[in-house]
Design a protein around this ligand. Structure first.
Ligand code: 13P
Length: 248
């Protein structure tokens, strides 16, 4: 039985005090259903948010990470530093990082392997552009991103891997994939995992949907048979909206 995972990706939003305020509103709420809830904060807020989370069940994630444990990489943050704060997850290969900061599949792969090495669970983002979808290349694109991201990742580590299917055309646009299309792509991704790693990984790897998830569509999306939760951007910045989503 896979526990759904709902993660709020704050992106480049929230000062420390705003973040603490938000976390204080969500950390103690009673969940309707068994669900893992994660906040993915900017680096600057991680330490204070970790303290604000305290001993509640809320989990903490970074939004990016370098693959090296240290060295001359000005402006980067290493897995050792993130582990020192006590984060649980790290988002890797978000389409905004691929698009605006030139992250390649190879970079994402190095980051994934490094996260696993340092016991940080990766949330690996994949997804096609509108053009790729219209040209019937969505599955091919997603398959290639997944196989490259997981190259060299061992079967024993797959239970800790989360994949987020985020069609790029649905991010921040108010357009969501239909719940059926999202479910189909996620079932397809699960089959890629099955082909690469076999039955056990097929059962354990959690695959989220992301892209304009809001209180009004979360229930339908997350209740699809193959979808194991959501990666939420804009709607995770407002406590009321995020609470509705995690109580889907
Ligand atoms: P929105 O929910 O704002 O569309 O963002 C989705 C996303 O990119 C989450 O990582």
């Amino acid at each position: 039985m896979r526990i759904p995972i709902i993660a709020g990706n704050w992106k480049m939003n929230m000062t420390i005090s705003q973040g603490i305020d938000l976390v204080n509103k969500i950390k103690d709420i009673t969940l309707k259903t068994d669900v893992e809830v994660v906040v993915c904060t900017p680096f600057t807020a991680l330490m204070d948010i970790k303290r604000a989370i305290g001993d509640t069940k809320l989990k903490l994630a970074a939004q990016n990470m370098h693959w090296e444990e240290g060295g001359a990489y000005t402006g980067e943050v290493s897995p050792v530093m993130l582990k020192d704060i006590g984060i649980d997850y790290v988002i890797l290969g978000h389409s905004e990082r691929r698009q605006y900061f030139g992250e390649s599949d190879d970079d994402v792969n190095k980051k994934v392997k490094s996260a696993i090495k340092y016991n940080i669970r990766p949330i690996i983002c994949v997804g096609e552009t509108l053009e790729e979808r219209e040209q019937g290349q969505a599955e091919e694109k997603v398959k290639s991103q997944i196989l490259k991201a997981l190259d060299g990742v061992e079967k024993k580590d797959t239970a800790d891997v989360v994949i987020a299917y985020e069609p790029i055309w649905a991010i921040g646009t108010g357009k969501t994939a239909s719940s059926k299309d999202a479910n189909n792509m996620i079932a397809y991704i699960r089959n890629i995992i099955m082909e690469k790693y076999g039955d056990e990984a097929f059962d354990k790897v959690r695959i989220q949907y992301g892209g304009s998830v809001k209180p009004g569509n979360a229930t339908e999306i997350i209740n699809q048979p193959d979808i194991d939760g959501a990666l939420v951007g804009g709607a995770s910045l407002k406590a009321d909206d995020f609470i509705k989503i995690i109580n889907f």
